[in-house]
Write a protein that binds this ligand. Structure first.
Ligand code: PLP
Length: 377
């Protein structure tokens, strides 16, 4: 447990809870939780499934129509062919997909290359008995994985490389050229690749999404992970999935029998409807408007800057002038103004002097947060 710390997000979250119980109006820009209702047709599908009595355990792999829908989606949108009967597993959120992949495929004592900064791949690697080893993302290139850093971090004990694009917490999107170089690196070092693509549908400007597994050189070694939480505002439904060649899925499903067995059945039926729809599009348009506003407001504050996020709904700016310590800045601001962000170091050493803004909240609330921040400064 020494290697499984409490997350810094939880510190901020609990402080928000205390403030709200004391009657304060907290502006939440700390959590990666879209503020929209889940689109109505998705809820309707769950209600229909309940009325039809779909309330039981499902196959460990998930219900057949959802697995088929996922395989069709991965073929049509990502150019990857998986067999829905043996190569697709529906999970209880993408979080479980990452956990069971690590538990099944990372041998105790082996190393896992994780981006710095990053979402919670470090503690999950530790839970599986592995050793997380950070590699650098380069702010000057919009947070592309840095090849020199990858080469310096890899060793003969490295088993798996984690890629996350679009990226939490920076909004970076891996370019096609950089993915070419990473593919060579993964093959040369005989690494498995875990590709977390949960923000795939939330991208801006002309940034394309490239799935590593669509490359012949990577298909056999890649576990593609995705989910419904972010694109469809379904964080509470706990629905995600992984897809990989059957040789990799077999051990994962063996582990999976002993974690959550299957994803919630009503959520699985709702997921079938989500995949059939373009229901995420208005939400992505709203995120794009919010991103513009966040960037404008960041620009107006001395000391704060960040590359324009290419995807996801996070900005990762430097702290305002005169507040170099991000932990102190975030906690004082929260105590004094009830505006909640997350200190960058929560996501790794590279977060020193930065903090994360989650613009999964309305334009009004974003403006409210920045107005309070400017007054406070
Ligand atoms: N992967 C990344 C990069 C995330 O940021 C998150 C949630 O914040 C998840 C996975 C977890 O998603 P889920 O709700 O599907 O478990």
């Amino acid at each position: 447990m020494e290697r499984v710390p409490f997350s810094g997000i939880r510190d901020v979250f609990e402080e928000c809870d205390r403030l709200e119980r004391a009657g304060r109006d907290v502006v939440h820009l700390e959590i990666g939780r879209p503020d929209f209702d889940t689109p109505a047709p998705i809820g309707d599908a769950a209600r229909e499934a309940l009325a039809d009595g779909h309330v039981h355990y499902t196959s460990n792999y998930g219900i057949e129509p959802l697995r088929t829908g996922i395989a069709d989606k991965l073929s049509a949108e990502n150019g990857i062919e998986y067999d829905p009967d043996s190569e697709v597993v529906v999970t209880t959120g993408a979080t479980e997909a990452v956990l069971v992949t690590m538990l099944a495929l990372v041998e105790p004592g082996r190393e896992v290359l994780v981006p710095d900064p990053r979402w919670t791949y470090g503690p999950i690697t530790s839970l599986a008995g592995g050793e997380p080893v950070p590699y650098r993302l380069d702010p000057a290139t919009g947070y592309q994985p840095d090849l020199d850093s990858l080469r310096a971090a890899v060793s003969e004990r490295t088993e798996l490389l984690v890629l996350n694009s679009p990226h939490n917490p920076t909004g970076g999107v891996v370019s096609e050229g950089r993915l070419d170089a990473i593919a060579d690196f993964a093959v040369d070092n005989d690494l498995l690749v875990l590709s977390d693509e949960i923000y795939e549908k939330i991208r801006y400007d002309d940034h394309d999404h490239h799935s590593p597994a669509a490359r012949d050189a990577l298909f056999d070694r890649t576990i593609t992970i995705n989910g419904f939480s972010k694109a469809y505002s379904m964080t509470g439904w706990r629905l995600g999935y992984l897809a990989a060649p059957a040789e990799l899925v077999d051990p994962i499903v063996r582990v999976r029998q002993y974690t959550t067995t299957c994803a919630p059945s009503l959520s699985q039926h709702a997921g079938v409807r989500a995949l059939e729809s373009g229901l995420h599009e208005p939400m992505v348009e709203a995120f794009a408007r919010r991103r513009e506003r966040v960037l404008e407001r960041i620009d107006a504050i001395p000391g704060m800057s960040c590359p324009a996020p290419a995807g996801a709904f996070y900005a990762f700016p430097t702290t305002p002038a005169g507040h170099p310590d991000a932990e102190a800045f975030v906690h004082s601001l929260l105590a004094d103004t009830s505006v909640a962000f997350v200190p960058g170091t929560t996501f790794g050493d590279a977060g020193e002097g930065r903090f994360r803004i989650a613009y999964a909240n309305s334009l009004d609330r974003i403006d409210e947060a920045f107005d309070r921040l400017e007054d406070w400064l």
